[in-house]
Design a protein around this ligand. Sequence first.
Ligand SMILES: [Zn+2]
Length: 234
Amino acid sequence: MKEFQLTGLNEEHLTYCHKLKITLHKEAELPLIHLKEEAQAAGFDLRVLSSFRSFESQLTIWNAKARGERKLLSDQGLELDYQDLSKEEVLWRILRWSALPGFSRHHWGSELDVYDKNALPDQNYSVELTPNEVATDGIFGPFHDWLSNKIETDQAFGFFRPYQNDLGGVAPEMWHISYAPVSISAREQLDFKFFQEFLGSVNAQEIELLELVKANREQIFQQFILNITPPQSL
Ligand SMILES: [Zn+2]
């Protein structure tokens, strides 16, 4: 991938998948369709809530959280009171659940947030993707048990869960799957120099809390960008 494709500022690496009605990396389309077909055979209707995200859309999420216009969550997924938090606390709270614009894996097109449409209790149910929904006894528990088995037995067509375990960075996100052949090479292109240069770029100047991000750049890079659960076959 080209450097500007890593940061969500270019969409040449992407394609529109008509079957799932989402935009994703060209190389991930067919494996995803295969995974969906296998899910269907097992009784699940695999849908994607979020796939490619541009720099602009990640910026909208980030800035809304930084300004207290969008919910900030505790590790348990409970809403926190923005007024009670210092700027530093707001920064770490956002990073736990949302990536810094330019450094969301969703920019790569290889990352998907998935759920089982068959498990929805009714048509009006709004999927939030919370720890409760994906817990063993949650509505998407059976779907994730099935998916875990596919991943563990190396039958998930190259998909794995980078946020499977709590490594002290991004909170565990069972619903987030990554197409390894694309994301491994994208991840290898990220180094601290690239990160640092991006923070000085024109686009980055739109990011709220940028000065605090810069002051904590080494920790953020290690703890929230590089720190993932690798595919088990590696
Ligand atoms: Zn995700």
